[in-house]
Design a protein around this ligand. Structure first.
Ligand SMILES: [Zn+2]
Length: 252
């Protein structure tokens, strides 16, 4: 089973062909909500598509919406097995008060993640040091999605039991190839962050996970089928007590 551990298939780019996109390969897709509206769409999608796992969060770039949307978003986590998209973005968000707010919001998600035993799939741009400090003060399972940091940072995530999630942009990114070479396959996940982060500049889609797997298999010299099983297994470890069989998720 292919695993896309982080995608945004609810966005309008997929309105013309969502059915096809989600059925043209055997894949389980985590659809990450970025705000209240997309959290609700994500949950709705998981009722229509048996291979979609809904995740609920508030994207750090939308931190200004927290006052209106955070409390209801936190309540929606009751309905889903994973928390995403959450994290810190100090690349786009430069204002100190907003950065502080991002940290506050992420703390709230970590609290719920710890309490409910639900993993966080975390966005990190420029905020990894702080994120690592935060995850070390909670008992949570986590992945860093679309990891873009150094080998050293990747090893630190690995040491802390976190997962490093790799998008298809890997095929045109030497830094990410280096990271893949240097961490254990037991710490890797595949994702697409669709419609972004594609192997080329066109719309990315979940089945492109195949491209990522192919490249990881070349870099690490692991048989493709074995690697696919390994990544699925890693994903099950991230999910923890929540399980899915084939494309059918049972989260209750
Ligand atoms: Zn994302």
């Amino acid at each position: 089973m292919l695993i896309d551990s982080h995608a945004h298939v609810d966005v309008k780019d997929f309105d013309p062909d969502r059915d096809l996109v989600l059925s043209k390969c055997q894949i389980t897709v985590v659809n990450a909500g970025v705000d209240l509206k997309s959290n609700l769409l994500s949950i709705e999608m998981s009722k229509v598509y048996r291979n979609v796992i809904p995740a609920v969060g508030l994207h750090p770039e939308y931190v200004e919406r927290a006052d209106q949307e955070l409390e209801e978003t936190l309540r929606l986590i009751d309905l889903v097995p994973l928390i995403s998209e959450v994290g810190l973005d100090f690349f786009w968000i430069k204002e100190e008060p907003l950065r502080a707010k991002q940290i506050q919001v992420l703390n709230r998600f970590m609290e719920v993640g710890e309490k409910q035993g639900k993993a966080l799939i975390i966005h990190s741009r420029g905020g990894l040091k702080k994120i690592m400090e935060m995850v070390s003060s909670y008992k949570v399972r986590f992945a860093i999605h679309a990891f873009e940091g150094s080998v050293k940072d990747a090893k630190r995530i690995e040491e802390m039991g976190g997962f490093i999630s790799v998008p298809p942009i890997l095929v045109r990114d030497k830094g990410r190839m280096e990271v893949v070479r240097n961490v254990s396959e037991d710490s890797l996940l595949t994702e697409t962050d669709s419609p972004f982060m594609g192997p080329d500049r066109t719309r990315n889609e979940p089945c492109n996970v195949k491209i990522t797997l192919q490249r990881i298999s070349e870099i690490k010299g692991i048989n493709l089928i074995e690697l696919e099983e390994k990544i699925e297994n890693n994903f099950r470890r991230l999910l923890g007590p929540y399980s899915f069989s084939g494309a059918n998720l049972t989260n209750r």
